[in-house]
Structures are given as structure tokens and as C-alpha cells.
Design a binder for this molecule. Structure first.
Ligand code: S3P
Length: 168
């Protein structure tokens, strides 16, 4: 069966849901941010600071295209949907699941975050959230609301919707 790409804004729980879902399905869990840091041997904040966002986006597209195309759950960086090339890649190579989390939940989760270069003050980050919403929606095959749900519950919702035993 095709791999599952998890998309959504920073703080929507893609990495934790990816681990749970992969465990349930007995698939591999992948994370484009972690793969990118390993491959380029540099942290994301350092890449942004030293080389800029455009270089980070080139790295991100390269890593996306290296991800396994079957039986893996791939957590992606929140901005991966910015490039049309990435949106088309995920749509045609896998099942794309949008983890839709409300702005209030994201703001609460990330208020103390210092590891994400694009998490700035809530007002400017909200504009980015609003701008990206339609891009997540147009890319996703499935849209899952995540507020008040645990990663395990979200993983179960996804499994019941994709029905891997019938699609396998
Ligand atoms: C980004 C989100 C981050 C990471 C990078 C840029 C973004 O990933 O890829 O800091 O543009 O929203 P998470 O969504 O896992 O935080």
C-alpha cells in the first residue's frame, strides 16, 4: 500500500501521530525534518540562520522525494505544502492526511517554543496559518480534526478511514 503523508501546521502533532500510526500498521515512521537534519548534518535553526529559508525549502523538496513510497508514515514539515511541486508529489505518490488543529490549540502548544524558526509572535504566525489552510485542504485526500484527541485516537481515526486491510 502507498505511504501516508501527514501534513499540517507546526504543532498539529504530525510526529506523535506518525509514531502511533506506524506502530498500529507495523510500517516505518519517517519525519522529513529529522531526515533532512541527518542528511545535511545541520539543525533546522542553523540552516535557516546560515543559509536562509529558500535553501531549507530546496533541501526539504529533495528529502521528500527520497522518502519510501510504500508502507511508511511520513510526518512532514508544516511548510512543505508551500511548493506546488511538493503538493503534487505527495498527492500522486501517497495518501495525504491533513491534521487540522485549531489556532487556539496550536498557540497554546507552541507559546514557549524556541526551536522553530518560523514560530514568531502569535499575530504574525496566525497570518501564516491562515495563508496555508487552503493549501493543506487542497493537498489532502483526508482531513482529520485533531483538537481534544490523543495521537492514538487520531491514528485510529485515520486507520478506519483508509481501511488498510481493504486497500492493501
Ligand atoms: C516549518 C515547520 C517545521 C520545520 C521548519 C519550517 C514551517 O516543522 O519544517 O521549522 O514552515 O512551518 P514542524 O511542522 O514539524 O514544526
Amino acid at each position: 500500500m502507498k505511504s501516508i503523508y501527514l501534513i499540517g501546521f507546526m504543532g498539529s502533532g504530525k510526529s506523535s501521530v506518525s509514531s502511533c500510526l506506524a506502530e498500529h500498521l507495523k510500517w516505518d515512521a519517517k519525519d522529513t525534518d529529522r531526515e533532512l537534519e541527518q542528511y545535511y548534518n545541520e539543525t533546522i535553526p542553523d540552516i535557516f540562520a546560515k543559509k536562509g529559508e529558500e535553501t531549507f525549502r530546496q533541501y526539504e523538496s529533495h528529502i521528500l522525494q527520497q522518502m519510501p513510497e510504500t508502507e511508511s508514515v511520513i510526518a512532514t514539515g508544516g511548510g512543505i505544502i508551500g511548493k506546488q511541486e511538493n503538493r503534487e508529489w505527495m498527492k500522486s505518490n501517497g495518501i495525504v492526511v491533513f491534521l487540522q488543529t485549531s489556532w487556539d490549540t496550536i498557540k497554546d502548544r507552541l507559546s514557549e517554543d524556541t526551536a522553530r524558526p518560523l514560530w514568531k509572535d502569535p499575530d504574525s504566525t496566525y497570518l501564516l496559518y491562515e495563508h496555508r489552510l487552503p493549501l493543506y485542504e487542497e493537498t489532502a485526500h483526508l482531513n482529520i480534526r485533531t483538537d481534544q484527541k490523543s495521537p492514538d485516537e487520531i491514528a485510529e481515526d485515520i486507520i478506519s478511514l483508509i481501511n488498510p486491510s481493504r486497500n492493501g
